[in-house]
Write a protein that binds this ligand. Structure first.
Ligand code: PGA
Length: 254
């Protein structure tokens, strides 16, 4: 199974000039690298998807940061899975903690988005993870279990191969504080166990389980390699092509 290394550019690259500078730098970093065991995905803001598609770097696939469950119609300000597919997106991040927090996305909404993404040929990268308070209350396992079960309700196991789950403890996002390798491994084993219960062993093993939260070249070993993860979801460091590709290289080569 190839590793999956995803850059979540969030609400950055504020002008076409910023974006073009970023893409030129990314080109340079990718040129000399061999990342044969990995899929590299970049998820820019919606307004840059077209430019990223035209950039057309063969080593990079395109993803979106969010999606609306409906395919078309009167939903002012929303972006449909059909639009994303037609713009060349292969992946879509669903249920990121920032969306759960700032936009009150519920487990049910996340489930609708995930089902709609799959129906329209997009591969979801589902984010799950506990807050600091939940961690302090020893609720990590309970929170992960509920988030995974809610998001995957009524999903057919035949779709398992398309699904990716990122374990992102909220307290580790953008903080430079990361969990110990064994904590991440415990989360991975729990997610796999839930998947086995829902889909059966064979299909459960097709789902890639990533880690996200302050991933960088410094933390790549502790957060992705030692806990046996299938890849990484990278925020801040993805804005620095040199660091992003270096991180990808470390994960790819291990
Ligand atoms: P970070 O963000 O790498 O900046 O911690 C990860 C994410 O939010 O997906």
């Amino acid at each position: 199974m190839q590793k999956l290394i995803v850059g979540n550019l969030k609400m950055n690259l504020l002008s076409p000039q910023d974006r073009d500078r970023y893409l030129a730098w990314m080109d340079k970093e990718l040129k000399s690298r061999k990342l044969k065991n990995s899929e590299i995905v970049l998820c820019p803001p919606f307004v840059h998807l077209e430019a990223f598609r035209k950039w057309n770097n063969k080593k990079v696939k395109l993803g979106a940061q969010n999606v609306f469950p409906e395919e078309k119609g009167s939903y002012t300000g929303e972006i449909s899975p059909v639009m994303l597919k037609n713009l060349g997106c292969e992946y879509v991040i669903i249920g990121h903690s920032e969306r759960r927090r700032y936009f009150s996305e519920s487990g049910h909404e996340i489930n609708l988005k995930l089902i709609s993404a799959l129906k329209n040929g997009l591969k979801p990268i589902l984010c799950v993870g506990e807050s600091q308070v939940e961690k302090d209350n020893y609720e990590t396992m309970k929170v992960i279990t509920k988030q995974v079960k809610d998001a995957l309700a009524n999903v057919k196991r035949a779709k398992a191969e398309q699904i990716n789950i990122a374990y992102e403890p909220i307290w580790a996002v953008g903080s430079d504080i990361v969990p110990a390798a064994n904590e991440i491994m415990e989360a991975r084993l729990l997610i796999r166990k839930i998947l086995v219960e829902m889909f059966g062993k064979k299909y459960a093993e097709m789902v890639r389980i990533l880690y996200g939260g302050s991933v960088s070249p410094v933390f790549a070993k502790q957060t992705c390699i030692d806990p046996g993860m299938d890849g990484a979801l990278i925020g801040r460091e993805s804005l620095v092509p040199h660091g992003f590709i270096k991180t990808a290289e470390i994960i790819n080569n291990n």
